[in-house]
Design a protein around this ligand. Structure first.
Ligand SMILES: C[S@@+](CC[C@H](N)C(=O)[O-])C[C@H]1O[C@@H](n2cnc3c(N)ncnc32)[C@H](O)[C@@H]1O
Length: 264
């Protein structure tokens, strides 16, 4: 079983309750829709999961292709499409080498999916692959965890625990968090509980810093055009828990310029 398949087996049944729909999703969708180049091109989500973002985004931009390596997560998405049809195509595939011969008006990979790849070479492969799938002028949007903020939350302790209450009665997420600095790994063991259900969920991530991400993008022929700390467009100071990066293809003169002189 792949890491993604294990993740999906554990999370699929509760994912949409842990990440419920609401104003956060509306903001995400509205910004992604603004970043789409239009022109009748489809959007592509890397790590679509249950369709939390792809389903509402399709109502704004039309066709969305959603790739995921977890059959369980895609089963939740497919069930939602059977309940109410929307132009979302669920594809069981690996984002490291997904290729359908098309190009897209927007490629996005959000909610920390990139950091689920535990090998930096795989993270780089995903960026290179996404870059190949971009139509001219189209953006690649990546939202992932900010390692500096995770470390700050731990305040120097390699292990810590956090509790997040949810609005329902007796509902919440208790998280045991471990940072493995030697490998840049971050492990979360969650206990999700709600009336009638208590389950343990595991998440494994490999930190990716903004500098590393920008370097991967540059090697893929992309450059950073915007960076936010939130989908409302707030600027990123370096302290916020997540960061959202927008990359576009370098112009040919910029790509050919020696490092440090690009754009000069
Ligand atoms: C944190 S969830 C995010 C789901 C969705 N993007 C959202 O915002 O709700 C990460 C998803 O990425 C998928 N995933 C992780 N590694 C993958 C890979 N190598 N190829 C395809 N999907 C992958 C997982 O199965 C999971 O559904």
């Amino acid at each position: 079983m792949t890491d993604a398949a294990i993740y999906g087996r554990d999370f699929a049944g509760v994912y949409d309750r842990i990440f419920p729909s609401g104003s956060d999703i509306d903001q995400t969708v509205s910004r992604l829709a603004d970043l789409h180049v239009g022109g009748g091109l489809s959007a592509l989500e890397f790590g679509v999961g249950t369709g939390r973002i792809a389903l509402p985004l399709a109502e704004h931009v039309g066709d969305v292709v959603g790739v995921d390596a977890s059959p369980d997560m895609l089963a939740v998405l497919t069930a939602a499409l059977q309940q109410r049809a929307r132009p979302v195509t669920a594809v069981l595939a690996d984002i490291r080498d997904y290729d359908d011969g098309r190009t897209y008006g927007l490629v996005y990979c959000v909610c920390g999916t990139l950091s689920m790849l535990m090998d930096p070479d795989d993270q780089r492969r995903v960026i290179c692959n996404a870059a190949r799938l971009l139509a001219p002028e189209a953006a690649l949007v990546i939202e992932t965890h900010n390692p500096a903020a995770v470390r700050a939350m731990h305040a120097g302790r390699p292990r810590d625990s956090f509790f997040m209450p949810y609005p329902g009665k007796d509902t919440g997420l208790l998280s045991y968090s471990t940072i493995d600095e030697a490998n840049s790994f971050w492990h979360l063991a969650h206990i999700w509980f709600e009336p009638g259900d208590i389950r343990v969920l595991q998440e494994f991530s490999r930190f990716i810093t903004p500098d590393d991400l920008d370097a991967h993008a540059e090697r893929a022929g992309l450059h950073l055009t915007e960076r936010y700390s939130d989908w409302d467009g707030s600027s990123f100071s370096g302290d916020e828990p997540m960061y959202i990066s927008v990359f576009r293809a370098m112009s040919s003169d910029r790509a050919a310029a020696p490092a440090g002189l690009a754009g000069a």
